[in-house]
Design a protein around this ligand. Structure first.
Ligand SMILES: [Zn+2]
Length: 181
């Protein structure tokens, strides 16, 4: 059930932004019960417990994971029981995706209204005035700046938009399902 949202590209990207190893940790975790101890991670991930704790702390900062601190009455030591908040993760990614959609829609409109220029290396897209300012040479790689295929660029952006909207629908229904319980 939870693994369903972990497969989404936007969820994976979001986790990678939290920490490069966070998605790896959560992908393994997704296959096991929601609540687990530190030992679990050392058994399943080939990295030091200090590294794992640092990733867990970052995820905790975002509210994606939470923990209970349990005191062992005999030894007086504490153990941590970690749990994933999949609903929180879904909400954070959803909000992030809505921001992305806004900027993609603005960018799509820009490609509709203006003729844009780019180099063969596709370093960056420039508006006419900016391209002219550089005498139609890319300021990054020095290749010629040519007119960009607007229709192609727009269809690429529209594809990205459709993909995010599709993932948002999955995230929304996941959040609704969780709230029913
Ligand atoms: Zn270039």
């Amino acid at each position: 059930m939870a693994a369903k949202i972990l497969n989404l590209g936007s969820v994976q990207n979001y986790l990678k932004n939290v920490d490069t190893a966070a998605s790896q940790l959560i992908n393994i975790w997704g296959k096991y019960p929601d609540t687990t101890s530190d030992d679990f991670f050392t058994q399943h991930l080939d990295c030091k417990i200090t590294v794992i704790r640092s990733i867990l702390n970052k995820l905790h900062f975002y509210g994606i994971v939470n923990y209970d601190k349990i005191k062992n009455e005999n030894s007086g030591w504490f153990t941590f029981k970690w749990h994933m908040d999949y609903e929180k993760l879904a909400k954070l990614v959803l909000i992030n995706n809505l921001d992305k959609l806004d900027s993609l829609k603005i960018s799509c409109k820009k490609y509709e209204e203006y003729q844009m220029f780019t180099c063969t290396n596709k370093c960056k897209d420039f508006e006419f005035e900016v391209a002219a300012h550089y005498n139609f040479y890319c300021p990054m790689c020095n290749e010629n700046l040519n007119v960009l295929d607007q229709a192609k660029k727009q269809s690429e952006i529209k594809e990205l938009i459709a993909n995010i909207e599709n993932e948002n629908a999955i995230l929304s229904s996941f959040i609704r399902e969780r709230n029913k319980k």
